[in-house]
Design a protein around this ligand. Structure first.
Ligand code: MG
Length: 385
């Protein structure tokens, strides 16, 4: 039987690469629902190709344009963020792929878990904001959460078949476009420089996160919840070649790593085919011509966002929710050229200092904290220009 898939965020980078995988294996995967935030034109084209039962456009302004474009096809069209939550509960769906960007991905993940659907998770903010609540809900409902993020997929693959829990996780990081740049130049880096990632083809938000290295910080937080590993047992290693996608260490000192070319379609496909592996007809990493692979400790002086993320994780409570909210505001403001690159870090620190700390947040606390932190970050950013 084919896997019946709801793909949330089908027009983004991960969404489009997920459709590549579905094109390769039409006998295995079927799209039941496709969704987009704003890009109704691409969503209409995808719907015409994949003929899902339904589509959702989160921005209601585009509902009419999308409905008109699909009028001749037997596809239901819905609009609004709240429709995402309703649609993932659809009885036909067995797997929800969450490729949304940012906080917006959290509620649909919870809805999918509560509806008993398997979740393939590319939206790391789901676990950064409310990892404790999300993992507990998944545990209670016995819902597997399969990571799509390449580092977490690597760890997940290293753990497959192991009876023992790992003693340490080592997330690899490319170091981003500013790996060898002096601190003063990083401080004043342009949007173009920050968007020029040397290895991975990703969306704009995550590419900026990669340049500040907060992306790796968010991934440490994600790993903490996904693999139930205390933060002091999660390390980051700079590995500019992007061949080793992450590693695990076991009690006997054995290190296991997952290697491959830097292509997100591999972790996407594994998340869908797990526990099986399917063929993937893309260029292979050739170890005989690879040259050297290097690993080193990250520089948290030039990349303070990584340190800030560890501190937020250690402090616990709603700190990571605050951190994420501040970062979403700061990255958007940087992309709109309203603040400088170095101001992203300042926004994180300012917002973490000013926001209300809650030791044991409920889901409503997280929602309120997200709103409060966004307000604080927004005011800070506006005062900058
Ligand atoms: Mg990643």
């Amino acid at each position: 039987m084919k896997h019946q898939i709801a793909l949330l965020g089908s027009t983004g980078s991960i969404g489009r690469q997920t459709l590549d995988i579905m094109r390769l294996h039409p006998d295995k995967f079927e799209a039941v629902t496709l969704t987009s935030n704003n890009n109704w034109e691409m969503l209409a084209a995808q719907a015409a190709e994949f003929l899902p039962d339904s589509v959702v456009i989160a921005n209601k302004e585009h509902y009419k344009a999308l409905s008109d474009a699909l009028a001749a096809l037997p596809i239901k069209v819905y609009a609004g963020e709240e429709a995402l939550c309703q649609i993932v509960g659809n009885g036909n769906i067995d797997t929800v792929i969450n490729a949304l960007v940012g906080y917006a991905g959290l509620e649909p993940t919870l809805c999918a878990i509560n509806a008993g659907k398997k979740v393939a998770l590319a939206n790391k903010e789901t676990l950064v904001v409310a990892g404790d609540i999300v993992m507990k809900a998944a545990m209670d409902k016995r819902i597997p959460i399969i990571p799509i993020d390449s580092e977490h997929s690597a760890i997940f693959q290293c753990l497959a078949g192991e009876a023992s829990a790992p003693s340490r996780l080592i997330l690899t990081a490319s170091g981003g476009p500013f790996l060898n740049m002096p601190a003063e130049e990083i401080e004043n880096a342009s949007v173009e420089q920050a968007l020029a990632h040397p290895h991975w083809d990703m969306g704009r938000k995550i590419t900026i996160d990669s340049a500040t290295m907060l992306n790796k910080g968010l991934e440490v937080i994600e790993a903490r919840w996904l693999f139930n590993m205390p933060p002091q047992h999660i390390d980051v290693a700079i590995h500019p070649q992007c061949v080793v996608h992450s590693m695990v260490e076991f009690a006997d000192g054995t290190l296991k790593a997952q290697l491959g070319s830097a292509d997100m379609r591999l972790p996407i496909q594994y998340a869908l085919s797990f526990p099986e592996r399917l063929p993937l007809p893309y260029p292979r990493f050739d170890i005989t011509t690879a040259g050297s692979l290097t690993f080193s400790a990250p520089d948290t002086v030039r990349f303070p966002a990584l340190r800030i993320a560890y501190e937020a994780l250690e402090k616990g409570g709603n700190s990571c929710c605050i951190l994420n909210a501040a970062n979403e505001i700061a990255v958007a403001a940087f992309l709109e050229r309203r603040i400088g690159f170095g101001d992203i870090r300042r926004t994180l620190e300012h917002t973490l200092e000013r926001s209300t700390f809650i030791q044991r947040p409920t889901m409503d606390d997280y929602r309120a904290s997200n709103a409060e932190a966004r307000g604080i970050a927004e005011r800070f950013v506006n005062a900058k220009h």
